[in-house]
Every structure is written in structure tokens, then in C-alpha cells.
Design a protein around this ligand. Structure first.
Ligand SMILES: [Zn+2]
Length: 176
């Protein structure tokens, strides 16, 4: 099997200092764990939906945290195979994944990290979309060293206006 690319943390150093065992994401090994996490952490389900922070760790496990927590804390400071936001929806007696994205400015995973996300969700046997419902393109501006979220396929740095690489290039940043 081809090695799955992993992503190191490129977010703020200050946030990284807050990484602590206590704030690591909750490991979801089976669908029932989602319900357990909701109860243990008193998550508020609004209109049958609940948004959470997620990462896929390097062991290809799904970890989730409160949506307001940072991906790097969810991941315990480790590299990840994917990261973003996940929406659980409650349909009758069932929990499904209704929306999912790669929106993580801490790790900036490629849209193609969906592949491992799908493998993990399939293993959990949870219903899910067949791609990221929102897929983000992150680029690093090598001129002014700013991280960009590319909007409407305009590959131009939001800060200095330089052309951005067409290919994903976040690996050019230094790990924090
Ligand atoms: Zn720039």
C-alpha cells in the first residue's frame, strides 16, 4: 500500500503550547462512541445536528473534540492524516455524517486527504457523504510567508498579491 501522506502542524506556536493530554480528542472506534462523547462532554445537539472538530491521527483513527477546540489539541500535538470539521446528524435512531470538510488552518490538509477519511468512516460503518462537502485549498506564499486559503480558484496571495503555487505547498513551511 502506498504511504498515506501526513501533515505536520503549521499553526501558531502559542496554541501549540496549550496541547495537553487532557484536551486530546476522543477516539471513535465505533458509532456508539459518538453518543458516549456527546454525553460525557455535554454537547448541545441543535436541530438534530452537531458540529465537531476532527482529526485522523497517524494510526488512522478518528478523534473528535468540541468544535471550538483547535485541531492540534485534538491531535495531541501530533501529525495527522487529515483534519477538519465534521457534522453529525441524528436521523431517527441513527447517527450519520451529513457534512465534513478539510477546514484546518493548523494542518492545511489537501482535499485528497478525503481518501483516508473515507476509509476510516467506512470502517466505522457510519453513513457519510462521498467526498468533503466543503473542500479547501491551502497555499503558502513563499514571498511574504503567509498561509492562504484559496478562494474561487484565485491563486494570488491575499497579503502581497504574489502568484501562489498551483500545487499544494504547505510542506514548504516549517513545522511549529
Ligand atoms: Zn504573499
Amino acid at each position: 500500500m502506498e504511504k498515506i501522506p501526513s501533515y505536520f502542524y503549521v499553526g501558531s506556536k502559542e496554541i501549540r503550547t496549550r496541547v495537553h493530554k487532557e484536551y486530546e480528542g476522543y477516539k471513535i472506534s465505533q458509532i456508539e462512541d459518538i453518543q458516549r462523547w456527546i454525553e460525557n462532554t455535554n454537547q448541545a445537539v441543535v436541530n438534530e445536528h452537531l458540529i465537531a472538530t476532527f482529526v485522523i491521527n497517524e494510526q488512522a483513527e478518528l478523534l473528535i473534540s468540541d468544535r471550538h477546540s483547535e485541531h492540534v489539541m485534538c491531535a495531541g500535538g501530533q501529525a495527522v492524516l487529515s483534519a477538519g470539521e465534521i457534522t453529525f446528524s441524528f436521523e431517527k435512531e441513527k447517527i450519520v455524517v451529513s457534512e465534513i470538510s478539510n477546514q484546518s488552518t493548523g494542518y492545511c490538509p489537501k482535499p485528497s486527504s478525503w481518501e483516508i477519511v473515507e476509509i476510516v468512516l467506512n470502517k466505522l460503518e457510519i453513513e457519510h457523504p462521498n467526498a468533503f462537502t466543503s473542500a479547501f485549498e491551502f497555499r503558502y506564499c513563499v514571498v511574504c510567508e503567509t498561509k492562504n486559503l484559496v478562494k474561487e480558484e484565485v491563486y494570488e496571495c491575499i497579503v502581497c498579491g504574489s502568484d501562489l503555487d498551483l500545487e499544494w505547498n504547505i510542506h514548504k513551511m516549517k513545522p511549529n
